[in-house]
Design a binder for this molecule. Structure first.
Ligand SMILES: NC(=O)c1ccc[n+]([C@@H]2O[C@H](COP(=O)([O-])OP(=O)(O)OC[C@H]3O[C@@H](n4cnc5c(N)ncnc54)[C@H](O)[C@@H]3O)[C@@H](O)[C@H]2O)c1
Length: 196
């Protein structure tokens, strides 16, 4: 199988900690052809890790999308930017690997799906839970168990204690806050460079 030549837009935390390690295990399938970040130093840092030449480093994604040697693009920009950047990737005729959420609004996500249908583009939302074994088991069961009235998914947290709280993983730590403002402030304090 011919390798997919990949462009990367957004070389922040999710690139460094999630996508790059995964792609390093898939080197028989993907080859990284170019990287882009509006913060050019981040793009250069990512390129250095990959041994990419300087002419494969961009600060503007539209210029990078003109490259004919890119077949698909991995988009890892902050959520408010997802829609515009993903739209440009589809219009450039490249396959799209999008982070979740696909867009900041449901309407935006529907628009992107309509656009990819018009262009016949292949897209994939990189939501890793979707590819866990349990997702396949649930999918198979759906055809057999009739109409679903209620669904709960618990990965081990005590949701009764967490009711009314705002919680999530920040820098691999499970953080619980009383308000979303407090939670976002914790993200800003623990990961000052993260916009996404
Ligand atoms: N960090 C995580 O654990 C995680 C998990 C799941 C999903 N995601 C998703 O991944 C995406 C990125 O998150 P992150 O944590 O890496 O954020 P981040 O802020 O660390 O990185 C985003 C990068 O995109 C760059 N950028 C911003 N606008 C750009 C543009 N128009 N063109 C090119 N580069 C641009 C920024 O300079 C930054 O380097 C978000 O959509 C987020 O929802 C992140």
């Amino acid at each position: 199988m011919q390798k997919i030549r990949l462009g990367v837009i957004g070389t922040g935390l999710a690139w460094d900690r999630l996508h790059l390690p995964a792609l390093q295990q898939l080197q028989d399938k993907y080859e990284i052809a170019a990287v882009c970040d509006t913060d050019i130093e981040k793009a250069r840092g990512a390129a250095a890790q990959l041994d990419l030449a300087q002419d494969r480093v961009y600060s503007g994604h539209r210029v990078m999308l003109r490259r004919e040697d890119i077949g698909a693009v991995d988009v890892l920009v902050p959520i408010p930017e997802n829609f515009d950047v993903a739209q440009d990737v589809i219009r450039a005729g490249k396959g799209l690997i999008a982070e979740k959420p696909l867009a900041a609004t449901l309407e935006g996500a529907h628009d992107l799906i309509a656009l990819k249908n018009r262009h016949g583009t292949k897209i994939m939302v990189a939501e890793n839970f979707r590819y866990e074994e349990f997702s396949g088991i649930i999918k198979d069961a759906l055809g057999q168990i009739g109409e679903v009235a209620y669904f709960i998914f618990n990965t081990g947290a005590d949701f009764e204690k967490l009711e009314g709280k705002v919680y999530g993983l920040i820098n691999d730590k499970f953080v619980v806050c009383d308000t979303k403002e407090e939670f976002f402030a914790k993200i800003a304090a623990m990961l000052p460079s993260v916009q996404g």
